[in-house]
Design a protein around this ligand. Sequence first.
Ligand code: XMP
Length: 607
Amino acid sequence: MYSMRMEHPQSIVILDFGGQYAHLIASRVRRFGAYAQILPPETPASALQGAAGIILSGGPQSVYESGSPQADPKIFDLKIPILGLCYGLHWMTQALDGTVMQGKVKEYGRTRIRVEGSGSCQRSMLFHACPEEFVVWMSHGDEATELPAGFVRTATSDACANAAFEDPKRKLFALQFHPEVTHTQHGNDILRSFVELCNPAPWSVKSYAAHIGDVIRSEVEDHKVFMLVSGGVDSTVAFTLLDSILGTDRVQGLLVDTGLMRKDEVRQIEEALGKLKLPNLRVEDASEEFFANLTGVYEPEAKRKVIGDTFVAVQQRVSAEMGLTAEQGWMLGQGTIYPDTIETGGTKHADQIKTHHNRVQMIQEMIDKGLVVEPLKDLYKDEVRKLGEELGLPHDLVWRHPFPGPGLGVRILCAEKPDVVDVPSVENQKPGIRSQVLPVKSVGVQGDGRTYRHALALFCEDPFSVPPEVERLATEIPNTTPQINRVLLSMSHAEPVPFVFTPGFLSRERANLLREADAMVMEEVRKAGLYEAIWQFPVVLLPFGTRTGGQSIVLRPIESTDAMTADAAHLPESALRAMIERIMTLSGIDMVFLDLTSKPPATIEWE
Ligand code: XMP
C-alpha cells in the first residue's frame, strides 16, 4: 500500500509495525512542523538515507513470535535519532541484543511512571519538560528485561521496571508507553523533544496545499474527476480542492441520498455547496435501493459491505447515465483521509478493526487501475480542516462533527435473535449499583486488536450526577471481564427491567426513528453551546426495549482530538435531561442509555 520511497528529505519516518497509533504519531509530528511519513517496517535502511529521524511504532504482535514484523537493523548505522515505542521498543531491544519477555502482568490503560535521574545522574533529554512522576498510557504484555549495551534506564512503573531507556550517545530512545495518545500526560512534550533533536526540515498544511496541486495534476493527467460528496468535512474539502486545482468543468460532484443521512442533511449540503458556487453537484435519491439491499442483513461487516457496494453501484449507474465513464475520460475522486486507511488494515500488519466503505473491493479494483484520486489520503482530520479554511470554506462546514460514510447505518444495530451471555452482577461489589448485560454486541479495540463483545448496562438511583464509582466501573469492567467491551449507564430506568428483544435490520422505519432522536440530541447540544466542545456525538438505536417492538437509544458523546483514542464527554445535567426527556417522547423508544466507555476498549461507533 505504501511506497518504500521517502517523499521529503529531512523528514521523520515512522516505521509502522501495525499498531493502531502509527498515524497518530505522524499527525503529532506534523503539528510540530515537520513532515512525517509512514513506511513499512521492512523498508531497507538504504532507502532511509536523508531522513532526519525514525520512530518505530507499536504493534499487536510479540517480537519473539515467528513471523513478527522486523525492521532492517542497518537503520542503526544511519546515525540519526531513533525512538522505539512499545513493540518498537521490543524490536529495538532485541535487534541490539537485549532481552524481551512476557511481563508478569499485562498493562492496559493509565499507569504512573517515575522518571529516573536526579543529582549526579542525568535525566533523559526526552523528559526535560516532565515532572518526576506522571501518568502515561500503556498497552502491552511484553517488556524489556535486559537492556542492550550502552543503554540506561530513564523511567520505571510499578509493573514495568524498564518503562523507558536510552543510549544518549547514539540518540536511541525507547518508551514502553504511548506518548502519542492524549491520555499520556506530557506526551506532546516528549515527542516534541525527540522531533527537535532530529532537526527536521520545516513543513505546514500551507506548504502541503501548494505541493499537492502538482501531485494531483500528475495523477489525474488529462482525466476529469467524478466525486462522491457526502457533505462531511472530508469529501467537501476534497471536492473543493479538486475544483480549485482542475477547474469546475473538470469536476462533477454526486451526492447519493442513502436514506441513512441525518435529518435535513441533504438540503443543508445543497445549500452550503450552492453558496460556495460549486455548481456541478447532482443529488440522487437512492434510499429505496439501499433499504432493499439491506433487508435481512444483520452482521456489521456485511452491512458495511452492502452499503459500500450499493454506493458504488449507484455511482456507476449515475455516471453511466451522465456519460462520466472511464472510456469518456473520467476517474473517481474520494475524500479518504489517513486514519481510514489504517483502520481497514491498509498497512500490512494492522489488525482489521472495521472495513471502511471507501476501501470495498470494487473501489480497490478501481484504485489498482489508477482510476481513483484521493487528494486527502495523507492528511489527518485537523489538517483537512485547516486546508478547508485555506480554501475559503465556511467555518461551520469545516468544523462539522465527523460523520461516518455509511451514516446512520453503523448506528442502527441489527440482529435476528438476542445474543445473551452471563457475567457476574456488580451489585455484590458496589451497593446501590445494579447491572444487566445487553442482548447485542458491539465493536471495540483492545491491545491493537478488534473485539466484538457485549455491553453492560449499569443502573443507579440518580444517573444524572454520574457517580464516581460508575465511572470507575466503566474503566474496570472491560479490563477485567473478557465478555464486555462497553459500559453504559441507564438514564431512563433506575433498576434493571427485562429486555424485550425484537428482530431488526436496517429499514426506513428504523432509520426515521433514529433520525428523529439524533436531531433532538443535536438541537440540544447546539442550544447548550456544546457543539464545538464535543468531538463527535453518535446516537445509536438498539433492537430491544421493555415492550414488544420497543427499542432503545444510546447517547455516545465523545471527547477526542483525532478519533484514534477517545473519552466519554461529560454533559451538563440540564442538557442531558432535556435530551432524554425529548427522546422518551418518541413512540417506539423505551429506554435511553449513556455510553461511558473510552476508546480503547470500545470504539467511538458501535459497529
Ligand atoms: P471508531 O468507531 O473506529 O471511529 O472509533 C473512528 C472515527 O471514524 C469514523 N468512522 C467512519 N468513517 N467510514 C467513515 O468514513 C466508516 O465506515 C467509519 N467508521 C467509523 C467514526 O465516526 C469516528 O469519527
